[in-house]
Design a protein around this ligand. Structure first.
Ligand code: TXA
Ligand code: MG
Length: 306
């Protein structure tokens, strides 16, 4: 199942769902202004309705038609778009992004993706495309076309094959709600990169800055995941990190490269799961740079919430 960009745009206009390739992970896309189409996303994913969606748009101008940006939001957009940063800001136009997509909040999440396929679909459609990761709720995000089809292909009218996702972990989510910048979800753009631009960021500082989707266990394969492992127990597959750790076939990065590990993470969790091991053990990954996002996803896959 693979379709052209025009088929995907037509499916969006007709209120259907699509598989949308992005540089981070595959998305399950719909017209952000169409409440029925958005409802179909929540249904296909089995996603709780209190968890709002990201609106994907073509450029910063289109983002500012939906959301109200202060100078910090503008600086972030300028520095990191197109790319894997999502900005949560006060909503400006409640019709372009329907209530259900925002989970009834007064804020809206916007992102300008860098992937050529995503950009072509958004341009051909001409509006905002809401797209959560294309996994069923709680499962690892799909980073290959085949994995996306396996997860939610049953629900879509069109699916665009954009190849393997180069980044492999989701966008960084920040909120800019008039009282500074808060980091809601570590992701592909690192904390250091953001702080170099806007100074120290708050940590989910208060109620308004909370990211509802962060409250549930997430990214989990069927096999139990054990993190910070210094080796495999009987029957486990060890996902190694660094030279000489475990079976090279199952290494997130034999050279200890965080970019490579991020790109491999969800695909390898899925591949390991298919072997039906007793469990999946994962070597320690340093908590620097992209390692913050990798460790965040691993902790949640292992069932540690928070
Ligand atoms: O890389 C990505 O961001 C991918 C690709 C497809 O773009 N999308 C993605 O979407 O990861 P999703 O739905 O799996 O994650 C969206 C996150 C959730 O944690 C959600 O709670 C948060 O963004 N979010 C969305 N709108 C929000 C809002 N108004 N306030 C706070 N958090 C919000
Ligand atoms: Mg997700």
């Amino acid at each position: 199942m693979t379709h052209k960009v025009e088929d995907a745009a037509a499916a969006l206009k007709a209120g259907g769902l699509i598989l949308l390739p992005t540089e981070t992970v595959y998305g399950l896309g719909a017209d952000a202004s169409n409440a029925e189409a958005v409802a179909a996303i929540f249904e296909a994913k089995g996603r709780p309705r209190f968890n709002p969606l990201i609106s994907h748009v073509s450029d910063a101008g289109a983002a500012e038609a939906i959301a109200v940006f202060d100078p910090a939001a503008r600086a972030l957009a300028e520095a990191f778009w197109p790319g894997p940063l999502t900005i949560v800001a006060p909503v400006r136009d409640r019709d372009r992004v329907c209530d259900l997509a925002r989970a009834g909040l007064d804020s809206v999440a916007v992102r300008v993706p860098g992937h050529a396929g995503a950009r072509a679909v958004i341009a051909a459609f001409g509006g905002a495309v809401v797209a959560p990761s294309a996994n069923r709720s709680g499962r690892p995000s799909p980073t290959t076309f085949a994995d996306a089809v396996e997860e939610t292909g049953f629900a879509v009218q069109a699916a665009v094959d954009g190849g393997d996702c180069a980044v492999g972990v989701e966008s960084t989510v920040v909120s800019v709600l008039g009282d500074g910048v808060a980091l809601l979800r570590p992701g592909a753009v690192t904390r250091a990169e953001i702080e170099a631009l806007v100074g120290p960021v708050n940590e989910r500082a208060d109620e308004g800055h909370r990211s509802p989707g962060r409250l549930t266990t997430h990214y989990a394969p069927d096999a139990p995941v054990r993190i910070e492992a210094d080796g495999a127990h009987e029957g486990e597959i060890l996902l190694g990190f660094g030279a000489g750790v475990g079976d090279p076939r199952w290494s997130l990065s034999p050279t200890g490269d965080l970019r490579e590990a991020a790109a491999n993470l969800f695909r390898m969790l899925r591949e390991a799961d298919r072997e039906r091991p007793v469990g999946i053990a994962v070597s320690p990954v340093p908590l620097v740079g992209l390692g913050e996002a990798i460790n965040d996803r691993l902790r949640r896959a292992a069932g540690f919430v928070g």
